[in-house]
Design a protein around this ligand. Structure first.
Ligand code: ZN
Length: 166
C-alpha cells in the first residue's frame, strides 16, 4: 500500500426499502464487467471502468479513463499528472460521451463504476439523467481524492441520485 492511500468506506445514504434495484447477482456481474473494462485503461496509476445499464439490464454504454480520440497517449504524458489531468477523460465521462456520439440516451439508467465518481463526473452524471450509481464498498482511495469524492457524494445526494455500495 502506498503511503498516500488508506482504506476507506464512503458514507452513502441508505438504500430505500422499495426493493426496485436489480439485486446482488446483477450488481456483481456489472461491477465485474466494469472492472474488466478498467483494465483497458493505459493510465499507469489509476484504472477505472464504467458500465451504464438501462432498466432491462441492457448495457447502454461503457467507458474507461483515457485520452480523447486523436490525443496521443504516450507514456510521458500518462506518467506526468500535470500533463495528464487536463487531457484525460474519466471512465464515466467517456461512457456518457460515447453514448452521445452514437445517440443513446442514458436517462433513467444505472452507472456501475469501479471507483466513486469525482465531482467533475458527477456533474455529467446528473446532467445525463443517470439516476443510480453503484460502486464497490471497500476501495483504496488516495488521500488527494478524498475531499473531491465527498463533494461528489453531497452533489449526488442533493440531486437525488441513488448511491449504492456493493
Ligand atoms: Zn471523474
Amino acid at each position: 500500500m502506498r503511503t498516500d492511500q488508506r482504506r476507506t468506506e464512503i458514507t452513502t445514504h441508505p438504500v430505500g426499502d422499495s426493493g426496485d434495484y436489480m439485486g446482488d447477482k446483477w450488481d456483481e456481474r456489472f461491477l465485474e464487467l466494469a472492472s474488466h473494462i478498467s483494465l483497458w485503461s493505459k493510465d499507469p496509476s489509476t484504472k477505472v471502468g464504467c458500465v451504464v445499464v438501462g432498466d432491462d439490464r441492457e448495457i447502454r454504454s461503457t467507458g474507461f479513463n483515457g485520452f480523447p480520440r486523436g490525443i496521443k497517449d504516450d507514456e510521458t504524458r500518462l506518467s506526468d499528472r500535470s500533463q495528464k489531468y487536463p487531457l484525460i477523460c474519466h471512465a464515466e465521462e467517456n461512457a456518457i460521451m460515447h453514448a452521445a456520439r452514437v445517440g443513446v440516451s442514458l436517462k433513467g439508467t444505472t452507472a456501475y463504476v469501479t471507483w466513486p465518481p469525482c465531482s467533475r463526473c458527477t456533474r455529467s452524471l446528473i446532467q445525463a439523467g443517470i439516476n443510480e450509481v453503484v460502486f464497490p464498498k471497500v476501495l483504496e482511495i488516495p488521500e488527494r481524492w478524498q475531499e473531491d469524492f465527498s463533494i461528489a457524494m453531497s452533489m449526488m445526494s442533493e440531486a437525488n441520485i441513488t448511491v449504492r455500495q456493493v
